[in-house]
Design a protein around this ligand. Structure first.
Ligand code: GDP
Length: 412
């Protein structure tokens, strides 16, 4: 049989709206957890989810293994949910980039603060496809009126950040009872839409950005006897072939690609998503390092002297002012960067300007700012190469903000 296409899936939504319970049912259906574990109740779900998260974390450095389940059409990998410690950072650095998200909204509560936050974050992180699960239908007596009410409320919200509600499937579910997850429920005769599994099968598989310029952020550099210097990394965009000339930025060194390896096998051509090691003639182990980016010499990676960014402050104990210099995590690079200007505060949902030249930014604020890296950094404009234009800002051991580069001044 032909291998199923693969989709990375995030589960987002307000705390306690039923993300873990829904995931539990999907894993159960895929045979990952047993009926007995399911019967032991919701705490078991939490336990299973936490354990899976732990395993994923340990697995990450080895082979990016995540939890998988299959539907008729696709193989899904569940990536972290916002709220889990490193979700934003992992999304941005590509460790767990989601192709689609299931937004879980409890029918009794409707839209809550974290529902809004996660919808905005999903958009900022570039998740294009959304499925909305209106959950806990059992708590509202499977009322069609209540379902329609919440559906309208969610439609309004997702429209403000740019999703098209008409193209987004809404599903009436009870994750607890198991209604409309894998099978149509007889408790919702009025509901004519898809089950969760049917909605998952209607997602579009992510397209490989083969037509964008080549970008391979370097994760590590090895020196292998008999082969030479072997940088390893994942191809984000473009195509690399044996015999190509490549250049590494910021150092500006480069040469001809002698060989490419994936999973210990020689390959002639590497595409987006491939984790590869490759060997470049004339490049020594000390010439390049983690955070450098390989590209073709005619479309070289952009080194920014300064850039304009749109950021959202996720959790900062104090305020952000001009001069603040936290560490930016952008692809595999970690570079301290200074906020040199707070240009405008904007409404995160609508993008409308709220204040010109604000004095400070605090948790929950979105803003346009100017940033100056303290040492050379490769970053691209989001509209040119989306995969290379996002970053997470880390400080005091946590992700304090996320953002994207909307304009830049090249260093050369
Ligand atoms: P999360 O924080 O979004 O992951 O939410 P959980 O999956 O942990 O669920 C929070 C609580 O809501 C738990 O006590 C669940 O048993 C309960 N819950 C989840 N889905 C449903 C549902 O469809 N109906 C009812 N009645 N309770 C649910």
């Amino acid at each position: 049989a032909k291998a199923k296409e693969h989709i990375n899936l995030a589960f987002i939504g307000h705390v306690d709206h039923g993300k873990s319970t829904l995931v539990g049912h999907l894993l159960l259906q895929a045979g990952v957890i047993s009926e007995q574990q399911l019967a032991e109740g919701e705490d078991k779900f939490r336990y299973v989810m936490d354990r899976l998260a732990e395993e994923r974390e340990r697995g990450l450095t080895i082979d990016l293994a995540h939890t998988k389940f299959e539907t008729k059409k696709y193989e899904f990998t569940i990536v972290d949910c916002p709220g889990h410690r490193d979700f934003v950072k992992n999304m941005i650095t590509g460790a767990s980039q989601a192709d689609a998200a299931v937004l879980v909204v409890a029918a009794d509560d409707g839209v809550m603060p974290q529902t809004k936050e996660h919808v905005f974050l999903a958009r900022t992180l570039g998740i294009d496809q959304l499925i909305v699960a209106i959950n806990k239908m059992d708590l509202v007596d499977y009322s069609e009126d209540r379902y329609e009410e919440v559906k309208d409320e969610v439609s309004e919200l997702i429209k403000t950040v740019g999703y098209k509600p008409k193209e987004v499937p809404f599903v009436a579910v009870s994750a607890f009872v198991g209604d409309n997850i894998t099978q149509k429920s007889d408790k919702t005769p009025w509901y004519k839409g898809p089950t969760i599994v049917e909605a998952l099968d209607q997602l579009k598989p992510p397209e490989k950005p083969v037509d964008l310029p080549l970008r391979i952020p370097i994760q590590d550099v090895y020196s292998i006897t008999g082969v030479g210097t072997v940088p390893v990394g994942r191809v984000e965009t473009g195509v690399l072939k044996t015999g190509d000339n490549v250049i590494f930025e910021p150092p500006g060194v480069g040469g001809e690609v002698k060989s490419i390896e994936m999973h210990h096998e020689r390959i002639e051509k590497a595409e987006p998503g491939d984790n590869i090691g490759f060997n470049v003639r004339g490049v020594g182990k000390n010439d390049i390092r983690r955070g450098d980016v390989a590209g073709h010499p005619d479309t070289p990676p952009t080194v920014a002297k300064q850039f304009t960014a749109q950021v959202v402050v996720l959790q900062h104990p104090g305020v952000i002012t001009v001069g603040y210099t936290p560490v930016f995590h952008c692809h595999t690079a970690q570079v301290a960067c200074t906020f040199t200007e707070l240009v405008q505060k904007i409404n995160p949902a609508t993008g409308e300007v709220q204040e010109e030249n604000p004095d400070y930014l605090k948790t929950g604020d979105a803003a346009v700012v100017k940033i100056q890296p303290t040492k050379p950094l490769v970053i691209e404009k989001i509209k040119d190469i989306p995969h290379m234009g996002r970053f997470a800002i880390r400080d005091m051991g946590q992700t304090v903000a996320a953002g994207m580069c909307i304009d830049l001044v090249p260093a050369k």
